[in-house]
Design a protein around this ligand. Structure first.
Ligand SMILES: NC(=O)c1ccc[n+]([C@@H]2O[C@H](COP(=O)([O-])OP(=O)(O)OC[C@H]3O[C@@H](n4cnc5c(N)ncnc54)[C@H](O)[C@@H]3O)[C@@H](O)[C@H]2O)c1
Length: 376
């Protein structure tokens, strides 16, 4: 059974609007998930509703109760038919977080989130890293003009596909093998996406990161594909760094980077490094994207059981993820309004306590929604 419930969002007043000016509906599937996932998603919807109120687009939200509670109740993780239904009936997915101490195996989380990433072929993991206020970076002497880049992580291959096994498990002779899967198609499409992204946003330069000096087969493929594709983008400065050098350079001088494209594992690590350069997990958004198709947008953080239910979670990551969703839906003005609100909140210290403010989750969401409404 697919369980869902419609969320009430502000509606437009009935007026005599000409047909070509009628608001266009975008259908958003909401999977709020566990712990603070539900709390920050509620605030994100509040801010999204403020951004679209009275505009040419309307968002219709439908919530699905997939998460630990449902799993513990009836064993459901990602219900049968869910992927087809999402593809058919929705334009985007707004995701909170999954993970609950009552499910130590994390089975529901793996089925739901990894399942959606794989089955919807969401091959791009887009992680913007933007410092909104100098005070938030741990780097001495660095400011907002130094930390402003995107990590584009391959999201469907690499070491995360789960190919491998154990031999003689539990014995002193145990062997564990985990395969690093790199396909020509997978590597080429993520490298091309990064170039196209840099071109569309006039970012000027990209850096491809691998470890081909040690991972001689898989990452040599990245080298070859990069060498083949880069001549098609002479308008974009492109370079290569090994991942160890890149990690050092990101800390020494992050201003060198505008777009970093890399494999699943390195992207996972480097984007968390980036999140800390820009103020921490509470502010970090991500998009799991298949260009032109239904895609999933979520804050980077998890369900944070240690602060769940305490009105402490920072909703900014979820709001910035919502901005990425609006970009994907072609609503760039509304997306900018959301980013502008988070920027303003950080500067005015109207934030939750994790980044120096004194507001609760709900109050921070109210402030962002009011700012968006005032500015639109
Ligand atoms: N995409 C996802 O759904 C996702 C991602 C990471 C972890 N998880 C799951 O979440 C659960 C908890 O994992 P974890 O503790 O390692 O990571 P976490 O991101 O949930 O929390 C790490 C730390 O950051 C803090 N934090 C996280 N988000 C915050 C926010 N918005 N505002 C203020 N503080 C915030 C937490 O309080 C905690 O101290 C686990 O079950 C894990 O598997 C899920």
């Amino acid at each position: 059974m697919l369980a869902c419930r419609a969320i009430r969002v502000p509606r437009f007043r009935m007026t005599a609007t000409p047909i070509d000016k009628m608001p266009r509906h975008k259908r958003i599937a909401v999977i709020a998930g566990d712990g603070i996932g539900a709390e920050v998603t509620r605030e994100a919807i509040k801010v999204l509703s403020a951004a679209t109120l009275g505009g040419e687009h309307r968002l219709d939200f439908t919530e699905f109760d997939w998460g630990a509670e449902r799993f513990l109740r009836d064993g459901t993780t990602l219900p049968q038919g869910a992927v087809g239904m999402l593809r058919r009936d929705f334009d985007a997915i707004l995701f909170g977080a999954v993970g609950d101490p009552r499910v130590p195996s994390n089975k529901h989380a793996a089925d739901i989130l990894l399942g959606l990433r794989a089955k919807l072929d969401l091959y791009v993991n887009l992680r913007p890293v933007e410092l909104f206020d100098d005070s938030l970076t741990p780097l001495r002497g660095r400011g907002t003009s130094d930390v402003n880049f995107f990590v584009i992580r391959e999201n469907t291959e690499g070491l995360y596909v789960g190919v491998g096994g154990h031999f003689a498990r539990g014995t002193p002779n145990e062997v564990a093998v985990q395969e690093d899967v790199n396909t020509r198609k997978g590597v080429e499409r993520i490298i091309r996406y990064a170039f196209e992204f840099a071109r569309a946003r006039r970012l000027g330069r990209i850096c491809m990161c691998d470890k081909s000096n040690a991972i001689a087969f898989g990452h040599e493929l990245w080298q070859r594909v990069f060498a083949e594709v880069r001549p098609e983008y002479t308008d974009i400065e492109s370079r290569h760094l090994y991942v160890d050098t890149l990690a050092m350079e990101l800390v020494r001088d992050p201003s060198q980077f505008r777009v970093i494209v890399t494999c699943n594992l390195f992207g996972d690590i480097l984007s968390d490094l980036g999140a800390q350069l820009a103020g921490g997990l509470g502010l970090a958004p991500s998009g799991n994207i298949h260009p032109g198709k239904i895609s999933l947008f979520e804050p980077v953080h998890g369900s944070a059981p240690n602060i769940a239910g305490k009105n402490l979670a920072n909703p900014s990551g979820a709001v910035l993820a919502s901005a990425l969703m609006l970009d994907h839906l072609g609503m760039s003005q509304a997306a900018e309004a959301l980013r502008g609100a988070v920027r303003a909140a950080v500067r005015a210290k109207q934030t939750t306590t994790d980044i120096g403010g004194s507001l609760g989750t709900r109050e921070a969401g109210d402030w962002l929604a009011a700012h968006v409404q005032r500015s639109s």
